[in-house]
Design a protein around this ligand. Sequence first.
Ligand SMILES: [Zn+2]
Length: 283
Amino acid sequence: MRPVTHEAPADADARRAAPAVICYPTETLPGADIAAYLEAYAGYRKTGEVIAQPREAASFHVPAGAVFRIISVEGPQVGDLNLWNANDLSERFYSGKTRALHGTHVSTGDRLWSVFPRLRPMATIIDDTLDWYGLDADGGGVHDVIGTRCDPYTGRLLGGGDYHHCCHSNLTRALAGARQMSAEEAEAQIHDVLNVFMCTGFTRDTGQYFMKASPVRPGDSLTFFAEIDLLGALSACPGGDCGSEHSSDVAPCYPLLVEIWEGDPPAGWSVPEPSAYDRSHGL
Ligand SMILES: [Zn+2]
């Protein structure tokens, strides 16, 4: 706990008792018609698949209107996901705004939003086999948008050596390979992730980010509808199920499978428009 050096005012309890107000009520968001997505998906056919090998990342392309599924195979494994507009990498996943809109952990019906100035849904989660988990007694949940991604800089900051198979580096290599970029060019595009299958929360006493062994088991999956043309990259985190440590070769690590499915999208569906804000910012 941090030291307290200031005496609480007489009305401290009253100040603390102010009601919590949801920052971004989402009632005005256009709802995701999950039944319509699932009905369309039932008629799709599998058109591709890619494996993220343990402690490596794989890239994949998903056309707008297609579906991609991230599947646990062989053993419990966490995946770090980056998403870009396949036609313009400057439009990428915005984990912070997704968190502000949908909460610390995402599941069926939630959208993955893109950065300003477009701020539109890039993908919609249409199925989550771990939706039964909810929030556990520690306040932990699955599929978080609160972590960033394990990386060699923080590892070094905290006293570790150089480790090249953190998710940040795995994603960098995957993007560099997909787009024939240098490591430097690719690294600049890597962003905060969706932690697929990862079980995380904040400790109640110190507010610190924690992880615990993921409840994911082979056969579990998280399924997304691509709202725009997507380039994805998925890293099979060196933390494995993230029940002990990451940023090392210590944890047992397993592959993750990504399947791409294509077919006729739901009737009436179209690619979401970018934000209509005029970008004058009062000038
Ligand atoms: Zn990682």
